[in-house]
Design a protein around this ligand. Structure first.
Ligand SMILES: *Cc1c(COP(=O)(O)O)cnc(C)c1O
Length: 404
């Protein structure tokens, strides 16, 4: 069973996004498939977080989760900053009017062009290596601008139960903790403005206690580090990792214990009161606000299995097909958007139009009886959806994208 997905309202038999029935949204877009994102849900998420988190905690949006410019623009007005991972994302972020020093730029392999763009815009660069530090110092000299930097730390612990681990052992992300003191000294020699540090351990975590544990270790690690390095800490990005339920058996993350623990960490460490502490969230802010709508093009039965073949599939929503890092394929929640709550149910396998058996949207699910022309919605599609999909694969038309 999937966790209850009640984020969208239902009127009669019709699912609504942003209070508008999906069939009306089809008319607005003029085609299927498309993604629709509900702005009220995004705003509610931020408001819920703000209500429980200690006030000094800054909320950043990691825009790779959903880089649609309208979404980024909207979130720029709700959050405190944006996190980017490429020059294009950086420019999407700057276009919103967000000041450069509220934008941070992470990711391995930043080119000189990217680093120069960041320095010129006053964006905080999360250094991923010593080499990157040497290059940004040179580029800063060329531009006569003192680069704002933070060092991303590859810690000596892992975020437990995370969907994707990004710390603890040999990693391309960040600099090994034991090399930090030397690197911070070098940053001072190079006259870089070292604001602080960044630790991001992993993603898609649904267990509050694991996130609490990682945050405790992060604060403890920084406390020890501050005894060894000459850095007046002004900025600390503690990552995020907040997950959303995608698959049967998963439930919503409880944020209250995380918020309570953060409040006591702020109390406990004197330096924390003088530091801007950033929580960077991607999917938690937008994932549940998005739905991918596609239309049944064909219905066929093969050896007892009823297939609904749709115009949408893995070329637009790779993650829902299970091909974006899933080891064992599981179903995203799917709904019959114009037949909500209708019976009888029928067991169907929903597939896309691509000539590959990998193009599965939902395997053996119970849905109201549907046929050609009916609309299907894939929930939990607001993050790592369209921009994380191989849109050119097989040359089908692009999907629409709207913010409602
Ligand atoms: C991708 C990424 C995020 C966002 O991850 P989510 O799982 O979407 O919250 C945050 N920080 C960094 C550094 C990232 O690379």
């Amino acid at each position: 069973m999937h966790a209850p997905m009640t984020q969208f309202t239902v009127a009669g038999r019709h699912l609504q996004v942003g209070g508008v029935p999906v069939s009306q949204l089809v008319a607005r877009v003029g085609k299927t498939p498309f993604y629709a994102y509900d702005r009220r849900m995004i705003a509610d998420r931020i408001a819920q977080l703000r209500a429980v988190l200690p006030t000094p905690i800054r909320l950043h949006y990691a825009i790779k989760a959903n880089p649609m410019p309208a979404v980024v623009q909207y979130l720029s007005g709700l959050g405190d900053g944006l996190d980017v991972a490429s020059l294009q994302e950086m420019n999407t972020a700057l276009d919103t009017g967000m000041p450069g020093n509220h934008i941070s730029f992470s990711g391995p392999g930043k080119t000189d062009v990217e680093l120069k763009g960041a320095v010129a815009s006053g964006v905080i660069v999360n250094l991923e290596s010593e080499g990157e530090m040497e290059r940004i110092a040179r580029l800063g000299e060329q531009l006569s601008i003192r680069p704002l930097v933070s060092i991303r730390i590859n810690p000596d612990f892992e975020l437990k139960y995370s969907g994707m681990q990004m710390g603890g052992s040999a990693k391309v992300f960040g600099v090994d903790l034991e090399r930090l003191p030397e690197m911070a000294n070098r940053a001072a020699q190079l006259d870089l403005d070292l604001l602080g540090f960044h630790i991001f351990n992993g993603s898609q975590n649904l267990r509050a206690e694991a996130i609490v544990d990682a945050q405790n270790r992060t604060f403890c690690l920084i406390d020890t580090l501050l005894e060894q390095v000459s850095c007046k800490l002004r900025w600390l990005n503690i990552g995020g990792g907040f997950g959303i339920p995608y698959f049967p058996g998963e439930s919503h993350l409880k944020v209250e214990p995380i918020a309570t623990n953060l409040a006591s960490l702020l109390d406990h460490y004197p330096w924390a009161k003088k530091t801007e502490i950033v929580l960077e969230l991607g999917r938690y802010l937008v994932g549940e606000a998005g739905i991918y709508i596609c239309r049944v093009v064909d219905k066929k039965v093969s050896r007892g299995v009823t297939y609904l073949v749709t115009d949408g599939g893995m070329h637009h929503n790779l993650a829902a097909s299970g091909n974006l890092g899933q080891v064992i394929r599981k179903n995203y929640p799917v709904v019959a958007v114009e037949k909500m709550g209708e019976s009888p149910l029928e067991e169907v396998t929903i597939v896309g139009p691509l000539c590959t058996p990998l193009d599965v949207i939902a395997h053996q699910v119970q849905l109201p009886r549907m046929g050609t022309g009916d609309l299907i919605g894939v929930l939990q599609s607001g993050a790592y959806g369209y921009s994380a999909s191989p849109t050119a694969f097989l040359g089908h038309p692009p999907a629409g994208e709207i913010l409602v």
